[in-house]
Ligand binder design. Sequence first.
Ligand SMILES: Nc1nc2c(ncn2[C@@H]2O[C@H](COP(=O)(O)OP(=O)(O)OP(=O)(O)O)[C@@H](O)[C@H]2O)c(=O)[nH]1
Ligand SMILES: [Mg+2]
Length: 343
Amino acid sequence: MSKFIDEVIIQIKSGDGGPGAISFRHEKFAEFGGPDGGDGGKGGDLYIVSDSRVQTLDKYIPLKIYKAKNGIHGGARNSYGADGQDEILKVPIGTEIIDLEEDEMIHEFLKDNEKILILKGGRGGKGNAFFKSSTHQTPRFAQPGEDGEFKKIKLSLKLLADVGIVGLPNAGKSTLLSKITDAHPKIADYAFTTLIPNLGVVKREDDSFRYTIADIPGLIEGASRGHGLGISFLKHIERVKGILYVFDGGNVDIEEEMKILQTELKSYSKSLLKKPFLIVLNKIDLWEDKDFTKEILKKYKHLGEIIPVSADKSINLDFLLEKLDELVLNLKKPKSKKKAKKK
Ligand SMILES: Nc1nc2c(ncn2[C@@H]2O[C@H](COP(=O)(O)OP(=O)(O)OP(=O)(O)O)[C@@H](O)[C@H]2O)c(=O)[nH]1
Ligand SMILES: [Mg+2]
């Protein structure tokens, strides 16, 4: 899966109603039979449904028209035309539908299997049999079917992850994701290995509790001005409950790096800075001097809770997971708060 399309503009149309029929009964001994033109069928509706088995929007062809079928026209002998078949478009959970003409959001899919009626099919036209009355025995007209509706929409996918991993390139974000979730992202010793977001699931052994983590491309200073890979992928962490800032323990000025990351996050959306976070100091296996870890933790403790780990050598990852559970569940026990105060 190398493609990851998270935005596409398409056109959609519901089916036109089938026209009603104009027809007259031909009876052997009746000079004029009565009108017997049947009604046309209803046009198909257009639905969009969220489906957890769909991961991206890459099956949608930009600007293509996705159509429901038209209703069939009515027939003689009062036969009704068949209704047109509905069209159902499947999208990943986390997709927003935006009406481009009105410039407004139609719907945001936050759950699996939500089925939303976007465009209603046109009504079928009435056949001439419908228009017969005591004063009008032989109507020679029928109703046309009602036109279906049309819209130009944008589908925009924002991943629905509980936690987002943010860091400079090469900090070891993808390595961490591969160790604590079921994901297998590409890992390499150069900047911008990750070009598209990766999503992984953290699972507990008894399957009682699970949550998702998104690993996004590395951020650099000036990303908001288009440097590196830019910041548009930050939309994928807009909805996370918490952020994991990951730092390369080889570069010891965490404060400076944190400032760079937060400046870029802020320029995307201030709300990202309001989310709870943990700081992960990665690659501590590279340090010979174990006291160095203590020193660093003390020096930067004003930045927030720092968890030293080695993603590559799996050091301290269980502790990190415990902290992540707390972050996600927001289950900070009062006990641990007291402890923190004593220190
Ligand atoms: N020594 C050591 N190396 C690590 C550790 N974690 C990751 N690395 C190495 O650091 C390099 C970068 O790792 P990635 O996981 O690709 O880093 P990333 O932050 O995802 O990088 P981008 O996707 O480019 O932003 C790779 O060579 C990893 O093997 C660690 O705990 N210790
Ligand atoms: Mg990566």
